[in-house]
Design a protein around this ligand. Sequence first.
Ligand code: NI
Ligand code: MN
Length: 225
Amino acid sequence: MSLELTWLGHSGFLLHGRSATVAIDPFLTGNPVAPFGADAVTCHAIAVTHGHDDHLGDTAAIAKRTGATVFGSWEICTYLGEQGVERTEPGNVGGKIAAPWGWVAFTPAFHSSSSGGRYLGQPMGVVVHLEGTTVYHCGDTGLFSDLKLMGELYRPDVAMIPIGDRFTMGAELATRAAEWIGAKVAIPIHYDTWPPIAQDVTRFAPKGVRVLVPKPGARVALPHG
Ligand code: NI
Ligand code: MN
């Protein structure tokens, strides 16, 4: 086992491989549960699920400072390019993009994607493969039955699943999602950041799946893929 991860609170993660660190939805500025500021993030790549501020977050600033390559929708990559981000890998639902350290695939998500009224393409989930471990971050989504298919297609070792309700699945539906996806480990995300998405995390209780609730900022090891 060599992949470790750090939860940034809300929906953000750092995946630490030997050869690369990959961020997903790095939202730190304005995140009340962020363990540190965006300036503390060093990474080689950033995968973005959709354009909402609590996901796109500090992507532009981190990419410009570190030179990280951003994987996201065509529209998000175009938007970031306008802001001076030099390295982007645009994609869309169903696609897979090779990286020097592994690959990123984009999956469907039932949600929306915009920033300041600008349409930013399809909302998506991202599958990141790094260090022989496959991580499926569902993005923001409601429950849909193809989550089961995503589990079959990608066989993720770890799934990050939103449970906060209101804008995404709540804990009961997310429990169903985790059972369908079938990853050995599920990490609940997108809850308790603000009062409208307060949630009792113990209600996220998928059968046959280990629920991992990392402390924001703490680097934890994942089981082997
Ligand atoms: Ni959203
Ligand atoms: Mn969100």
